[in-house]
Design a protein around this ligand. Structure first.
Ligand SMILES: C[S@@+](CC[C@H](N)C(=O)[O-])C[C@H]1O[C@@H](n2cnc3c(N)ncnc32)[C@H](O)[C@@H]1O
Length: 264
């Protein structure tokens, strides 16, 4: 088969286009999110035809069906970006304290701007940090969430293990991510849309690189059964995959096993 060199071409408008496997992959992911930070939310609403506005709340409802009845008081949202899931989680669990962590300063600046401050506002804090080494002690949280982070990670297994580490035993992990649709016919439409329409929309807003990377990143995520197996390897005892929109997105839910059950 001829070698696919298309991924190596820089975007025509000079915008960052990370390449998985390249030595600078993480740095380029950060540069990419710095580049799109200001338009991230509205572009996502446009590219998902508004669906992302229901995906996050529905993920939290699936979480409520899955998790044990223990109160949720301490929440960590990893790869929080502009804080859409962070703020929703704070409203969903009104008594909680929520921390959003991200390694892109420009995304965090938007998150801080969008988060209400003052008396009666949800208790939300943001900080800079990487999912690969979370700046928190073991067992610090009842709930760890992340949305649309997983396919950008340089090492998924290591990040899941790190998320398990900061959860208390029987705490819950929620991973919301774009996934392969359940039906192959719909999958063909889905890939045609992400491979052709989304990059075209991206090029129209000087972001050809990021929105060429997006369909590439979708193919890097393991299929649902393999993702569930990765959660188990990372020390989660009970797992579940809850699909939405014909499988375009999946909420992976996992309950932290006892520390002794952790493999690493
Ligand atoms: C697609 S955005 C998702 C943002 C947000 N969670 C949402 O629901 O819209 C992915 C975010 O993950 C962050 N990110 C990617 N890799 C990361 C890592 N290794 N550590 C921390 N943040 C990371 C990016 O900076 C970006 O803000």
């Amino acid at each position: 088969m001829p070698e696919d060199t298309s991924r190596r071409r820089p975007a025509r408008d000079g915008s960052p286009r990370p390449e998985r496997g390249a030595p600078d992959f993480e740095r380029d992911v950060r540069r990419m999110f710095t580049h799109i930070a200001q338009r991230y939310e509205w572009f996502d609403h446009l590219a998902s035809v508004g669906s992302d506005l229901v995906w996050r709340p529905r993920a939290l409802w699936a979480l409520d069906r899955f998790r044990s009845a223990r109160p949720v008081e301490r929440i960590l949202d990893v790869g929080c970006g502009t804080g859409e899931l962070t703020r929703l989680a704070a409203r969903h669990y009104p008594g909680s304290r929520v921390v959003g962590v991200d390694f892109t300063a420009a995304m965090l600046r938007v998150a801080a701007r969008r988060t209400p401050r003052g008396p009666g506002s949800p208790r939300i804090g943001y900080g800079r940090g990487t999912a690969m080494r979370l700046p928190f002690a073991d067992g610090s949280f009842d709930l760890v969430t992340n949305a649309f982070l997983a396919r950008n990670l340089v090492d998924l297994d290591a990040a899941l293990t790190e998320m398990r580490r900061v959860l208390r035993a029987q705490g819950t992990l929620l991973v919301l991510e774009i996934t392969e649709p359940s039906s192959p016919t719909f999958g063909a439409v889905f890939h045609a849309y992400f491979d052709h329409v989304v990059p075209w929309l991206g090029a129209a807003v000087d972001s050809a690189g990021p929105y060429r990377y997006l369909p590439e990143s979708l193919r890097s995520l393991p299929p649902r059964p393999a993702f569930l197996a990765a959660l188990e390897r990372a020390g989660f005892a009970r797992t579940e995959a809850d699909t939405q929109s014909l499988g375009i997105v999946t909420t992976f839910l996992a309950e932290a096993g006892p520390p002794a059950a952790r493999s690493r």
